[in-house]
Design a binder for this molecule. Structure first.
Ligand code: SF4
Length: 175
């Protein structure tokens, strides 16, 4: 049986969801038997590949690079998972949403026009940090800040076995 092609992606998030993924510990051995990690912050590949079976995306859509990449990822992936509360709701990155972009820049950099923040130098802030489903269809929502390793495995193991994952009860809690 061919291995499942799995990707993980890091948008506007703190990497806590990826840390939780690494907390799968010995379960990573079973993961490695059944899946190939074809793209991830922990894999040094620059281009998102074609024909991805499952992609877990951490973080909100916060800038123009995320937006462009998310549209590309959706086209290239069969199952797209909002991985953690920032991806599911906007969570922490969306705390800036009530404020104008200039006010956020002023508070962080002391100027609303800091050098090096123009499009082409770094990706431009979107006016709001968005949850994934505000941009593309999402197949599964995996809440938690971060989702615990047990919760990730409850979701991921059936997927690796070609079954439909079902999250219920405490596994649907935010925070
Ligand atoms: Fe970090 Fe929580 Fe957002 Fe995950 S959901 S990226 S742990 S703030």
């Amino acid at each position: 049986m061919p291995k499942l092609r799995v990707a993980t992606v890091w948008f506007s998030g703190c990497s806590g969801c990826h840390m939780s993924f690494l907390d799968l510990d010995e379960r990573l051995l079973e993961f490695a038997e059944r899946a190939e990690l074809v793209f991830s912050p922990i894999v040094d590949l620059k281009e998102f590949p074609e024909n991805v079976d499952v992609v877990l995306i951490e973080g909100a859509v916060g800038n123009t690079e995320h937006l462009k990449m998310l549209l590309e990822i959706r086209k290239k992936s069969k199952i797209l998972v909002a991985f953690g509360d920032c991806a599911v709701t906007g969570n922490v990155p969306s705390l800036r949403n009530p404020l104008p972009r200039e006010e956020v820049l002023q508070a962080v950099y002391g100027t609303d026009d800091p050098p090096g923040l123009e499009e082409g130098e770094v990706p431009k802030f979107l006016p709001q940090a968005l949850p994934l489903h505000a941009v593309v269809p999402v197949d599964y929502f995996l809440p938690g800040c971060p989702p615990s390793a047990d919760r990730i495995w409850t979701f991921l193991r059936p997927v690796l076995l070609g079954q439909k994952p079902v999250l219920s009860g405490p596994d649907l809690k935010f925070g």
